[in-house]
Design a binder for this molecule. Structure first.
Ligand SMILES: Cc1cc2nc3c(=O)[nH]c(=O)nc-3n(C[C@H](O)[C@H](O)[C@H](O)COP(=O)(O)O)c2cc1C
Length: 168
């Protein structure tokens, strides 16, 4: 398939900017649209309590209400999906997303940011994305804090490789 005919979207959630940084680099490199999941009630980014409130949302499988999307993911052929790791899995904004939008027959690539490890994040996302073709996954350790430029270059190259897999 010709790259110019592919409709590309980068869909992500980010509380503290790391996943956003990666998402913006992908979108810039492959010329994709961007859709950020935004909970109506966001937890505070300051202090240790964010781990408590965020962790609680994961444990109780909460589905925070999101602001309406300005793009319809179903209009796209390729979707890069990115999340920070929260309590070993994807952030609760994706509980809401996966509950409302059923993606099917899409090319998907997954990315995440973490401070320790990706744990079950990709595995759990893959389960929610059955019926799609997962082309790859990549994780970054707090990229705003460590090797920012190196990580930007790494993800840009990765995104280009993902797109070239589709073109073949
Ligand atoms: C509520 C909460 C839970 C977290 N749980 C984990 C975790 O289980 N494992 C981990 O490696 N990092 C964890 N982190 C750290 C973030 O995944 C990491 O800092 C990430 O880069 C943040 O991405 P963001 O800046 O896009 O929000 C957690 C952060 C928050 C706020």
């Amino acid at each position: 398939m010709d790259d110019r005919q592919l409709k590309k979207l980068v869909l992500y959630y980010s509380l503290e900017g790391n996943t956003e940084f990666i998402a913006e680099n992908i979108a810039d490199k492959i010329n994709a649209d961007i859709l950020k999941l935004k909970p109506e009630k966001e937890i505070s980014t300051h202090g240790f309590m964010r781990y408590f409130w965020g962790g609680k949302q994961v444990v109780f499988k909460e589905k925070p209400k999101l602001f309406p999307f300005d793009k319809n993911p179903d209009d796209y052929d390729v979707i890069f999906i990115g999340t920070p790791v929260w309590a070993g899995t994807y952030a609760p904004a994706f509980n809401t997303f996966f509950d409302t939008i059923k993606l099917k027959d899409k090319y998907i690539a997954l990315f995440c940011c973490y401070s320790g490890k990706s744990s079950s994040t990709f595995e759990n996302m893959r389960k929610k994305l059955e019926g799609n073709q997962i082309l790859g996954e990549i994780g970054f350790k707090d990229p705003l804090k460590y090797d920012k430029e190196q990580n930007a270059n790494k993800v840009r190259q990765w995104a280009e490789n993902i797109i070239s897999k589709i073109k073949k």
